[in-house]
Write a protein that binds this ligand. Sequence first.
Ligand code: HEM
Length: 480
Amino acid sequence: MDMALMMIVGLVLMILAMALLLRATAFPREMEAIPGSLGWPLIGESLSFISEFSSPAGIFSFMNKRQQRYGKVFKSYVLGRYMVFTTGREASKMLLTGKDGMVSLNLFYTGQKVLGPNSLLQMNGEDHKRLRRLIAEPLSIDGLKKYFHFINNLAVQMFDEWLAARKVLVLEEASTFTLKVIGNMIMSLEPTGEEQEKFRNYFKIISSSFASLPLNIPGTAFYRGMKARDKMFQMLDAIIIARRRNGSKLQQDFLGSLIGKEGSEDDEKLTDAQMKDNILTLLIAGHDTTTAALTWLVKFLGENPTVLDRLRKEHMEIREFGSSSLTWSQVNNMPYTAKVSIIYRCAHDYTIETLRRATILPWYSRKAAQDFEINGYRIKKGWSVNLDVVSIHHDPQVFADPHKFDPSRFDDPIRSFSFLGFGNGPRMCPGMNLAKLEISIFIHHLVCRYKWKPVEKDDSVQPTLVRMPKNKYPIIVEPL
Ligand code: HEM
């Protein structure tokens, strides 16, 4: 063996030994009491986690196998982290309501860096409450009324273009649509033109760096993401400066509502850094989720013609009742759409079949901020505790025939903490009204104008945090 080769082998062995040592010393001894396997040296159970993550059944099979073997609470070593997984209504109530500061959100390193230190996702306790109040206000149903025409016109235009295209990738279309909506809602960005292109470009790079490896060196996704974040912030700085110069003529979008508070009490004001980190947070938290929800909904409707017929009938009636253009009051008066796409409210929660069946965010991660007990097991401060939502959404005790797409299952109210599509407790999704509005308008125009069929049968799922069809769901569309 020549010298260079020996040095490389030596280096690799040294790195392996260090990684093993690191893993061994980082193991919290008290975790021994929790059932479960830590898998192979070094990699733990990461390989089966990743492969099952992107299988059609998703992370469900990983969780299900271990729940059958170990029960509702088990440990694992996945992607370089010791984790405790848990499921069930009791656990979800404890972790999501997080009483007395019991848990904080467990954002991984690259996520923290990409979103920035002022992001809502990095705030806890009173700071989180205050920031959330400021952010949630413009996202309320009343606050969103003024975007209705923009969203509706955008949908009409997009579906006009489908006529010529015939074959479309639903996920791409939904992504363009949701990004244009949020760009307009946040900073009145026009749907076409140079600024929109720049915005889209930066966003895509930032978004794909969100869950990348934490290597901030040229050539890596993380490095590119951080550079694109700087450019996005320069764009926002220019808009903020221009808005302040205009003084009283502030535009009434999300940014305008925050800048407009600058004359008020300290408690109501945000610094520029807080505004920018949180605009990025809304973009990251709101784009992929809504895009995925739209894509799954089109897929589920296409696979369930009876549900689609019923939905179409309701929307056709809305059309006949008014004119071809949808109005604000009609959007808020769609009982069946509500169940299919998202406008249904019941006593405790919003319940939506698409989000249950697809479970777009398969688990919610928390960090224990103090010691506590879950299902009889002691959880220590600092541990990563993860709520498996897929099992909750597919519990046959609550949802009969759980793999069936059946919006009528929500005709009767369900028990609280059984449906968690938008989360629950203090971190429940503040963007759900916007998501509901986008989905209702999109689906109204789709079902009133087109029938469609999938180009291929492929149920694989992208191995990303937000569950989406891997093939972007290509369909052939035909006017009705
Ligand atoms: C169908 C679309 C959406 C789904 C399924 C969804 C789902 C969720 C869920 C499950 C959570 C809680 C996660 C946890 O507890 O760990 C959450 C939080 C959040 N969502 Fe959404 N979301 C959607 C759309 C949006 C939109 C459109 C926005 C922004 C405009 C948004 C912004 C946020 C933010 C900022 C949080 C963090 C809240 C906090 O930590 O206080 N989401 N979302």
